[in-house]
Ligand binder design. Structure first.
Ligand code: 5GP
Length: 130
């Protein structure tokens, strides 16, 4: 069965899409730790990043780099934190999170409650920097 992220890529489940190419896809996390919290995924399903083919993994990192630099231009922060957890969704994804302190990467913190309008606005602003 397709993962929830594959269903997002295929347009079956809506998302705030930042960018895609033939192999990769970036979209806003639905439960963000910070404004601009984005997930970057390979379109090819793979549960565990360390099991990706080297070329696919390299491409994923380069795609994430481009998206992260665009987020940085839009969201005031010290830098973009990158992390991979993958305990919830079995489809490799890199979290890109604007951070000012290490605690900003703490996933047990309460998530932001952003309106659809706020998510749409941040999505458009990031896209405009690509
Ligand atoms: P992880 O697998 O890295 O522990 O967490 C999965 C991440 O995916 C979480 O941050 C969660 O908010 C996000 N997520 C789960 N389901 C959806 C969804 O349907 N849409 C979006 N945009 N994000 C999701």
């Amino acid at each position: 069965m397709a993962t929830i992220f594959t269903r997002i890529v295929q347009g079956e489940i809506p998302c705030y899409k930042i960018a895609e190419d033939d192999s990769y896809f970036a979209f806003l996390d639905i439960n963000p730790l910070a404004k601009g919290h984005t997930l970057v995924i390979p379109k090819k399903e793979n549960d565990y990043i360390l099991k990706m083919e080297d070329a696919d993994l390299s491409g994923l990192i380069l795609f994430a780099k481009k998206i992260g630099l665009a987020i940085e231009k839009v969201v005031p922060c010290k830098r973009i934190g990158l992390t991979v957890i993958g305990l919830e969704v079995p489809h490799t994804h890199i979290h890109l999170i604007p951070i000012n302190a290490i605690s900003d990467m703490e996933f047990s913190r309460p998530k932001l409650k952003l309106t659809n309008e706020e998510l749409a606005e941040i999505c458009e602003r990031i896209k405009s920097e690509l």
